[in-house]
Structure formats: C-alpha cells, structure tokens
Design a protein around this ligand. Structure first.
Ligand code: PNS
Length: 166
C-alpha cells in the first residue's frame, strides 16, 4: 500500500496532465492548490490517447511561466513514465485532478482507481471554477486553428505561440 506517511500526504501533491497547452483553467487549479498544500508539483506527462501538439519542453516552459510567482510550485516533465512512478520518486501520496463535469469525473474515476491499485496513491478531484469549466486544451487549439480569439482562455505566451501556428 501507500508508502507515504500521512504528514507527507498533507504537505505535497502532484497535479499531472498533458498541458498541451496550459490553459487559464489549469492555472486556476494550481492557484487553489497552493492554498491547500505546502508543495504543488505540476507534472507534465504523456497521454497516449492524445496526439501531441506542442513539444514537451515547450509545454513545460509555458507552465513554468504561467505559475511563476506562486509559492511552493515546481514543474517536472516525465514523457514516458507512469504517473505512479513519478509520484513514488517525488514521495507524493496525493494526486489532484481538476474536473469540469461528469464526463471528466467518469474518466478520472477509472484512472484514480487504477493508480491506487498500482501503488496506493490517492486521487482528489477538484471541481473546476465555473468561470473556466468550458476550457480544454483541445478546444483552445481548435478555436485558434479556425481563427478564434483565445486571449481569455490561455496565458499570453501561449496565445502568441498559438497565433503563430495558424
Ligand atoms: O491532461 P490529460 O491528458 O487529461 O492528462 C492525462 C495524464 C497525462 C495525467 C495521463 O494520461 C497519465 O497519467 N499519463 C502517464 C501514464 C500513466 O500513468 N498512465 C496510466 C494512467 S491510469
């Protein structure tokens, strides 16, 4: 079962995702986690069900810039690894996922149980702030690709990079 002791669980969490690219919804989750945990590790990972758009290094750079100034936050990148192995190396027993609705919950539920089965790591689901519940990285990419304005959906550096890709 979970080798991480209770005090560590309360202090540190891992917020994983593909962040392709990071959105204002992701940034809001990190802001809220900073108030709950001493340390928040944002883990940029590979989702084998998704075709990557931005290179992992670029995603990390965008996330790092977006969370700069938030205390106790660090960003890591582990392309070909299981989330549970990343958590084990970090000594983290809690994973947090943001959920925008019942569709997200259903998907996260299964992953949470699988991750708990694999290592004992627990997953907490944080409901998205309604101001950001309509935002996803894939919709942002789509809106941008067809010429839509994404300035209030993503950090400015991401907006500029997306606009340059049209
Ligand atoms: O932002 P996403 O795409 O919803 O994040 C999904 C992600 C990257 C967290 C998930 O695909 C993941 O954990 N990838 C690492 C590989 C892994 O551990 N797979 C088993 C999940 S039960």
């Amino acid at each position: 079962m979970n080798p991480v002791v209770a005090s560590e669980v309360a202090r540190r969490c891992v917020y994983p995702g593909s962040f392709d690219p990071v959105t204002l919804g992701h940034v809001d989750v990190v802001r809220r986690l900073v108030r709950l945990f001493d340390e928040v590790v944002v883990a940029v990972l590979h989702n084998p069900d998704k075709v990557g758009t931005f290179a992992p290094e670029q995603r990390v750079a965008f996330v790092t810039e977006a969370v700069a100034g938030l205390p106790g936050v660090r960003v890591v990148c582990h392309g070909g690894r299981l989330l549970v192995d990343v958590c084990r190396d970090l000594g983290a027993g809690v994973v947090v996922k943001g959920v925008r609705g019942s569709g997200d919950v259903a998907q996260e539920w299964q992953m949470a149980l699988m991750n708990r089965h694999l290592s004992g790591v627990e997953t907490l689901l944080l409901p998205a702030d309604p101001r950001y519940a309509h935002i996803s990285s894939s919709l942002v990419r789509q809106v941008n690709a067809y010429g839509g304005d994404v300035h209030d959906l993503v950090p400015e550096a991401v907006r500029q990079a997306l606009t340059g890709r049209r």
